[in-house]
Design a protein around this ligand. Structure first.
Ligand SMILES: Nc1ncnc2c1ncn2[C@@H]1O[C@H](COP(=O)(O)OP(=O)(O)OP(=O)(O)O)[C@@H](O)[C@H]1O
Ligand SMILES: [Mg+2]
Length: 339
């Protein structure tokens, strides 16, 4: 549905050139929720804004359903923009229009009839669960409600693509979750493809099917959300993944407790996280295990588990138990004691 071919965007300021988007080629499939992750200044917004030509690329192509939109005439581009919705970190609502007025705005611009606008506005208010706020002004809404209005407005002209620029970055975790659920519902029920940019891996974990990691204007790694979490290749990707999965144990748990004990970290990836492997280990070897940390994350519906155990038993038995775990799991790591 969206294909970027050797896309670049450079900004020219007085004495330097900034390569905000540097020769990016990328394909986003129909029906997908595609995440672009990167630190501040990576070029995410510039890239996203090239997809609807809010930013004119310096070179390269942006194909939407096969049409290179960088070559469109202004009227054609206006028409195309109606099929692409966009939402923003700071919502960008019109302060002196009511909620209904904000949602109606893009339909007015598109020249829709009054009746059509009224019907569609009511429908969208229901979709985002704000029917009771139709006549309220943005200043009277919470952040989450403002973003719901932003989403309804973005959907007004029935887009097939929704671009989200840090749509949840200004929201608390609970509100973030409700907005992500709404986006997921929009993707599944209305079949709208979504490209979202974020610096939060939690967002990726919750809703993205595929992800691209962006750094200094370039895509450094792409994969399914699960691949990226389970098997990050680049250092920067590992950093992002660890921001979600990393564990910090209190120091007193890491000190040496005698010869017959050691700490091990066990990582399960995918279906095996649902199998009773630790239970098998305890039954097959004469070791005891004390759980110091246990966590299972779901990347979409695929589980990933990280456990830290204090394993007790004589050395030979512990070694056999660890070898067993190593065979059966994605990675058993022996965490050394800090003496
Ligand atoms: N209009 C502009 N003029 C000059 N430089 C710009 C302009 N817009 C962005 N840049 C520069 O381009 C680079 C990428 O900016 P961009 O806003 O795309 O990054 P980002 O990944 O969205 O960052 P953030 O997470 O902070 O929003 C930065 O170095 C930025 O300073
Ligand atoms: Mg940005």
């Amino acid at each position: 549905m969206v294909e970027l071919i050797e896309l670049s965007k450079t900004y020219q300021s007085k004495n330097k050139t900034v390569h905000a988007v540097d020769n990016i080629s990328l394909k986003i499939e129909n029906g997908e929720i595609f995440g672009i992750v990167g630190y501040s200044g990576a070029g995410k917004s510039s890239l996203l804004r090239c997809i609807n030509m809010l930013e004119k690329p310096t070179s390269g192509q942006v194909l939407i359903d096969g049409t290179d939109i960088t070559k469109l005439s202004l009227p054609d581009l206006r028409r195309l923009r109606q099929s692409i919705g966009m939402i923003f970190q700071h919502f960008n609502l019109i302060a002196n229009r009511t909620v209904a007025g904000n949602i109606a705005y893009p339909m007015e611009v598109a020249g829709k009839s009054k009746a059509e606008i009224a019907n569609r506005t009511a429908e969208l208010l229901e979709l985002v669960e704000l029917s009771d706020k139709a006549n309220v002004y943005p200043a009277q809404l919470s952040g989450g409600q403002k973003q719901r209005v932003g989403i309804a407005r973005a959907l007004a002209n029935d887009p097939k693509l929704l671009l989200c620029d840090e749509a949840t970055s200004a929201l608390d975790p609970k509100t973030t979750r409700s907005i992500l659920n709404l986006l997921k519902r929009i993707n599944q029920q209305l079949g709208i493809s979504i490209v979202l940019i974020t610096h939060e891996m939690e967002v990726v974990k919750e809703i993205c099917h595929r992800v691209a990691i962006m750094s200094e204007g370039k895509i450094v790694e792409t994969g399914t959300a699960f691949q990226i979490f389970a098997n990050p290749q680049e250092e920067i990707t590992k950093g992002f993944v660890n921001s979600v999965l990393d564990i910090q144990l209190p120091a007193h748990l890491l000190t040496d407790k005698g010869d017959n004990k050691q700490l091990i970290k066990v990582v399960f990836k995918g279906k095996e996280a649902e199998e009773p492997i630790i239970d098998s280990m305890l039954r097959n070897f004469s070791v005891k295990a004390n759980f110091l940390h246990a966590r299972i994350d779901y990347i979409q519906d695929t589980p990933m588990g990280v456990f830290v155990l204090e394993l007790a038993g004589d050395l030979a038995e512990r070694e056999r138990a660890i070898a067993f775990l190593d065979r059966e799991t994605a990675g058993t790591e022996v965490i050394p004691y800090v003496s």
